[in-house]
Design a protein around this ligand. Structure first.
Ligand SMILES: [Zn+2]
Length: 301
């Protein structure tokens, strides 16, 4: 028994978890009618998923299907969702991902329809718990070509994406975390839309943005900006290779300020931290505590 997996293909608790997240997705208005799909990897080559043509708010454990990592159905009375290939693309490329949620949350999907990049360096929780939210180019849903659209953007530390003119996908080490990331993306997009109606949005300054990334590092949360020296602090440069001709251009929101990237600016930041132990002050600890509490409260923990 050297495999790290214990087959969960008949695990009723995991099937119930898919139903519970389905109820939340539907209750939040993230999936109209039969939209959306949910999956959990339960074995080396086994994935539980929601079936096609069912409202996610009313599933029972007996409705849940099982497939292998090529999408072949292994178990279940109903036919597996056609969009499972999208989930499997993520799971194959990122072995750390054990659960995927795809749905059409209206505020985030509005950005996908407007093809408006989601700006960074605005809200602390988004910087710390999500970071960059890239855009996968549009493709007709259902087939392998559609499933492959996310591949260029599955960099370490990326946990959510906009599917252009379609919806969102978020993923993580467990289903609850994968779902929260959808909630955070849609709540953020809603705040951005509201803020734009109230007035102009304001970006955090370089010090404030850098402090949030320091905090993220301290909390051991990965981010593409920790890996790519050419990545702007608040920009989309980490994904420019992936965007190719599909890179969305900011139109509704002003482009973020051009600060040196996290890695490029970190030597100056590190020497400053040595000279002045800012990260050991009671104020910094209070900031860590305040942000963590706010995020946990927002996540309902
Ligand atoms: Zn969809």
């Amino acid at each position: 028994m050297s495999s790290p997996w214990n087959s969960g293909i008949n695990d009723r608790r995991l099937k119930e978890q898919i139903c519970e997240i389905g109820r939340r997705v539907y209750a939040k208005g993230f999936a109209a009618a039969n939209d959306g799909n949910i999956s959990i990897r339960v074995g080396e080559n086994e994935v539980l998923c929601s079936p096609t043509m069912i409202c996610k708010g009313f599933m029972t454990p007996d409705d849940i299907c099982a497939v292998d990592l090529d999408g072949n159905q292994l178990a279940g009375k109903r036919k597996r969702t056609s969009e499972i290939l999208l989930h499997l693309s993520v799971m194959r490329a990122r072995p750390d991902v054990k659960a995927v949620v795809h749905c059409h949350p209206p505020h985030a999907t509005a950005f996908g329809v407007a093809r408006e990049p989601i700006p960074q360096c605005i809200l602390p929780e988004v910087e710390v718990f999500l970071g960059e939210i890239p855009f996968a180019p549009y493709e007709t849903p259902g087939g392998q070509k559609f499933a492959d659209t996310v591949l260029p953007f599955l960099k370490p530390g990326t946990n959510a994406m906009i599917l252009t003119n379609h919806g969102t996908i978020s993923f993580g080490p467990d289903l609850e975390t994968a779902y929260w990331r959808t909630e955070i993306v849609d709540a953020y997009c809603r705040i951005l839309i509201l803020a734009k109606q109230v007035g102009n949005i304001s970006y955090l300054n370089e010090r404030e943005s850098r402090e949030l990334l320091d905090l993220k590092k301290k909390l051991n949360i990965d981010d593409p900006r920790f890996h790519d020296v050419s990545c702007d602090l608040c920009g989309n440069s980490a994904f420019r290779d992936g965007y190719k001709e599909n890179m969305p251009e900011p139109c509704g929101f002003p482009a973020p300020p051009a600060f040196p990237g996290y890695l490029a600016g970190s030597s100056a930041a590190t020497s400053a931290a040595v000279a002045s132990p800012a990260t050991n002050t009671p104020q910094f600890d209070a900031l860590v505590k305040a942000i963590t509490e706010q995020v946990l409260a927002a996540l309902g923990k």
